[in-house]
Design a binder for this molecule. Structure first.
Ligand SMILES: [Zn+2]
Ligand SMILES: [Zn+2]
Length: 291
């Protein structure tokens, strides 16, 4: 609950007029309990889980972008994708929803706030950058651990059932994996606490990024192509394509961890072979050369 009774009170305390967005936030949240505001996190995640992969259903069903499909032999029907969404939603309600409710005290302890002032643009950008770096590094090591024989067979194998990933399959995993890989996502906000708005933006962007890397399409116009060291769809698709044996491409967002720790060697050899194959096919298309 925001500790001001009116907008005027808030303005006096802050020493300036509220921005339009702060006034809207004040009007909405001032009389609501902190727990009630925190529970909106479930709604935010539900919307992102449901809506972010939706454009990819259109892409898959129309076949308009098949030339960018990473594993063209695998096609998903509407019922395939709906089944995946249903499985994801079951886990969402049982695991993510419950976790959200019980994690409220820890978010208070971590210092996630929902009052005024709202964070500045630069504060949001700086925090998101830190969260992505922390998430990427921690997720890399946990994901490597999930590929140990026993853990893979008992837990991570479920996520790898989709050897050709699709948008709705990005959170498709064993319930234990959802809990384990939730740690890197919450670690950033726990180390560098933020406003709840930034937190919602962070978990939304993280999920949208996961949907993109599981899209199954290497679309050439995505803005993520301009982010240095960004892995993307092709990078993670290879991880699913080869499965456990590869021990390759573990990172969730960037590529530098795999490069530094040498877990992208298989992928780089694969890319080199593919490049030669494409070159040879182009030469053959030109026809035989007679000298
Ligand atoms: Zn894996
Ligand atoms: Zn995956």
């Amino acid at each position: 609950m925001i500790p001001y009774t009116t907008v005027e009170d808030a303005s006096i305390t802050l020493g300036r007029n509220l921005t339009w967005f702060e006034t809207v936030w004040f009007d909405y949240s001032a009389t609501k309990s902190d727990f009630y505001v925190w529970c909106h996190t479930i709604l935010v995640l539900f919307l992102v889980f449901s809506l972010a992969p939706l454009p990819l259903v259109f892409v898959e069903l129309t076949g308009w972008f098949d030339r960018f499909k990473l594993q063209p032999k695998v096609k998903y029907s509407i019922s395939d994708m709906f089944r995946c969404y249903k499985d994801v939603m079951k886990l969402f309600l049982l695991v993510v929803g419950t976790l959200n409710l019980v994690s409220y005290p820890s978010t208070k302890m971590a210092g996630i706030r929902n009052g005024l002032p709202l964070p500045s643009f630069m504060e949001i950008i700086a925090q998101l950058l830190v969260y992505f770096l922390i998430e990427d590094y921690t997720n890399y090591w946990l994901h490597r651990w999930l590929h140990c024989k026993w853990v893979y067979e008992k837990i991570h194998r479920i996520h790898h059932e989709y050897t050709a990933p699709t948008g709705y399959a990005s959170p498709y995993a064993h319930w234990a994996e959802i809990l384990i890989l939730g740690i890197p996502t919450f670690l950033g906000p726990a180390i560098a606490p933020c406003h709840i708005m930034t937190f919602w933006l962070w978990i939304s962007l993280r999920q949208i990024e996961a949907v993109e890397t599981h899209s199954g399409y290497d679309l050439p116009w995505t803005i993520t192509k301009y982010i240095p060291f960004y892995g993307g769809a092709e990078y993670h698709d290879y991880h699913h394509y080869v499965g456990r044996q590869s021990q390759s491409n573990f990172a969730s967002v960037f590529t530098y961890c795999d490069y530094i720790y040498g877990t992208d060697k298989g992928y780089r050899i694969h890319k080199k072979l593919l490049h030669h194959q494409v070159k040879e096919e182009a030469e053959l298309k030109k026809g035989p050369k007679y000298y």
